[in-house]
Design a protein around this ligand. Structure first.
Ligand code: NAI
Ligand code: ISE
Length: 338
């Protein structure tokens, strides 16, 4: 049984706690914390976990073998570094940290520790549909991938969601996904600003991102975060011989009143529920069997942050912005993301 401590009992923190207490076996939530003591105390009471009054005291708690960080992005670095200092595996929700400099500090701390402790919550790598798409690509039957068309559509976003978050908070998932899907780095980013959706007020929404891949392939990502009709994630790879795209995700097709329709998920929680389950299942199994994590690494978190920073600069300037990565420590070989 793996004993886990969870920092941040907000929306996704509570969902991961539910997953670890009600869905998955071989794991228990030993302790929880949040700067909002009331919410953390009520989650502790509900789950039987211990309440801790800070992330640091949770990390050094002897009953906590592994840490899950689900607090706001700007707080991730301090907790991930504290977990590395304590020698404990840490699953950190995306983004690893809000800046590439902060991510690099984590990479350097983990490399100095000498073995992998950090996994970043890029759950699309665990989604059955994305995995099936990658399997098709791996057969080579499509020929070389030339382009990928992606869409990342949210029905709506909270009031604090600013222009840059379409890149740093939303499209950062596509950034990680395409590095993993193509097994190569993104080398430059451009951002186009289409006509604004009036549902977003002053928000620059939608955006069209263009990623140049090391091979010369081009990936476009539409972010629309006020699309109203639901949460819709799309991806289609165009190869030399054919195309492959994410399949329909609806479990049911309704034919009614002269129309046929597929229900659309309401949000990320519904769309990626299986992916989060598999992500945690594999993380827990890996820690229990070998004590090691093998999912998206601190290096992947860093690389995503560098691309995301380039995207923010491209959004501000309208320029094409090259992506320049630091030298990768030996710990994160092999050459291509897996
Ligand atoms: N993988 C995915 O698809 C998703 C990932 N996320 C990521 O998960 C993280 C949390 O997002 P949500 O749960 O949506 O936010 P939220 O606002 O619902 O929850 C965050 C919680 O962290 C707490 N918190 C803030 N600072 C803290 C600190 N210093 N120490 C301890 N607790 C602190 C807040 O009080 C709040 O309860 C973010 O990094 C976000 O990007 C969120 C949604 C989906
Ligand atoms: O990570 C997530 C949210 O933070 C973000 O705001 C959404 O746009 C993403 O689809 C979701 O997966």
């Amino acid at each position: 049984m793996l004993s886990v401590g969870v920092i941040g009992t907000g929306m996704i923190g509570r969902d991961h706690i539910r997953r670890m207490t009600s869905v998955l076996a071989g794991v228990r939530v030993a302790a929880v914390t949040d700067v909002d003591f009331d919410v953390a105390r009520s989650v502790a009471a509900f789950t039987g976990a211990a309440f801790r009054d800070s992330g640091e005291s949770l990390i050094t708690d002897a009953s906590v073998e592994a840490v899950v960080v689900c607090s706001w992005g700007p707080t991730h670095e301090q907790y991930v570094l504290a977990a590395i200092a304590a020698g404990k595996p840490v699953f950190c929700e995306k983004p690893l940290a809000p800046s590439q400099e902060a991510c690099l500090r984590i990479v350097e701390a983990e490399a100095a520790h000498g073995s992998r402790l950090v996994q970043v919550g890029y759950m699309r790598r665990y989604d059955p549909s994305y995995r099936a798409l990658k399997a098709v690509l791996a057969t080579g039957e499509l020929g070389a991938p030339l382009m990928m068309h992606c869409a990342h559509r949210n029905a709506s976003v909270p009031g604090f969601y600013g222009n840059e978050m379409a890149i740093t908070d939303s499209a950062v998932h596509e950034i990680d996904m395409v590095r993993w899907m193509f097994g190569e780095e993104i080398t430059a980013v451009q951002v186009l600003r289409p006509r604004r959706n009036s549902h977003g007020g002053e928000l620059q929404d939608p955006l069209m991102l263009l990623f140049e891949m090391a091979s010369g392939a081009i990936v476009d990502v539409e972010t629309s975060v006020n699309i109203r009709y639901g949460y819709d994630i799309r991806g289609e790879i165009v190869g030399e011989n054919g195309t492959a795209s994410l399949g329909s995700l609806s479990p049911v097709r309704v034919r009614l009143g002269g129309k046929a329709s597929d229900p659309v998920p309401a949000d990320w929680q519904e769309r990626f529920q299986t992916a989060y389950d598999v992500e945690f299942r594999e993380w827990i199994d890996a820690l229990r069997s070998s004590g090691r994590t093998s999912g998206p690494s601190a290096w992947d978190g860093y690389a995503a942050a560098v691309v995301s920073d380039a995207g923010v600069t491209a959004l501000r300037t309208g320029e094409r912005v090259p992506v320049v990565l630091a030298e990768r420590p030996e710990l994160y070989a092999p050459e291509t993301p897996t």
